[in-house]
Design a protein around this ligand. Sequence first.
Ligand SMILES: Nc1ncnc2c1ncn2[C@@H]1O[C@H](COP(=O)(O)OP(=O)(O)O)[C@@H](O)[C@H]1O
Ligand SMILES: [Mg+2]
Length: 334
Amino acid sequence: MPLSDHLPNSGRHGSRIEFDRVSRVYSGADHAAVSDVILTIEPGRFVVLLGPSGCGKTTLLKMVNRLIEPTSGTIRIDGEDIRQMNAATLRRRIGYVIQQTGLFPHMRIEENIAVVPRLLGWPKESISQRVDELLDLIGLPHAYRRRYPAQLSGGEQQRVGLARALAVDPSMMLMDEPFGALDAITRLRLQDELLAIHRQLGQTILFVTHDIDEAIRLADEIVVLRAGQVIQHGSPLDIVTAPADDFVRDLVGGGEALRRLSLIDAGSALNRNGNVRNEGLPAVTSDANLRTVLNLLLQTGTQKVTVTDENGAPVGTLGIPDIWSAGLERGTES
Ligand SMILES: Nc1ncnc2c1ncn2[C@@H]1O[C@H](COP(=O)(O)OP(=O)(O)O)[C@@H](O)[C@H]1O
Ligand SMILES: [Mg+2]
């Protein structure tokens, strides 16, 4: 039997996920962890749930694969109420990736990846072929098949977690801060690889993070949550340029300020008071942007830089207070 017969989604479609007034109140809690969420995720979209710790992201995600049941409201997948589905069957249609990988330590990588295909009773050779295919997809050598999770780095383990979630080609992926424990460089690489996999396979992805930069990097759409409620739902650009309220503004604030600094040049911000002498300070030309200048100040540990014209003649100095006030002025103009 060809492998494609085991992969129901090889027609490459994502599922539609609908939350229809979904709430969840934990017993003994005085407020809802998720409150009256109305949200439709269109097929094939990469949607990021963004919000601070405790705002209900994990609860919302786990209700989709019925690890948690809503107190009220309905979740539909491709139009079908998930309460009408067998929970185990539902979960096999959904790839689930969490921060603590959930790999079985006593099982080899090939066995970990093949958990669901084995449950589904695929023949041995189909499983073996699929494991190789998935190792290629996530960029690990086939020789890793025989290793145990403890013999892999954190980033490699997270790749195996991703491969396992993709094993039966699900039409949906639920990802709960999957890269949260990785170092910055590994994290960037895995984000890129996930984007490439999404472009190739076209599943619907619901991805949880509290990191605005990760959200902006990955998302087609961002859903901002606070205290169990949807505060804003839009493109990354919408969220950054038109935050719905002060809460969202604070959430995107730091990154937005840096992006703004990169649009202002040193010449327009420099301090023209006092004598301009080049006292051995680091120098930048007046067309350098303020983000570059700020980086230079932080790297060199100096108080100021000298700003020069295109001939190298000093025209002024710039320190952190000047950068600060230029950034503030431009921020209030727009
Ligand atoms: N099993 C549970 N029992 C009681 N309260 C819970 C449980 N799980 C989560 N909560 C509470 O529900 C709220 C949302 O939690 P969670 O969905 O884990 O948020 P997030 O993933 O955004 O950090 C928090 O106030 C949390 O303390
Ligand atoms: Mg969580």
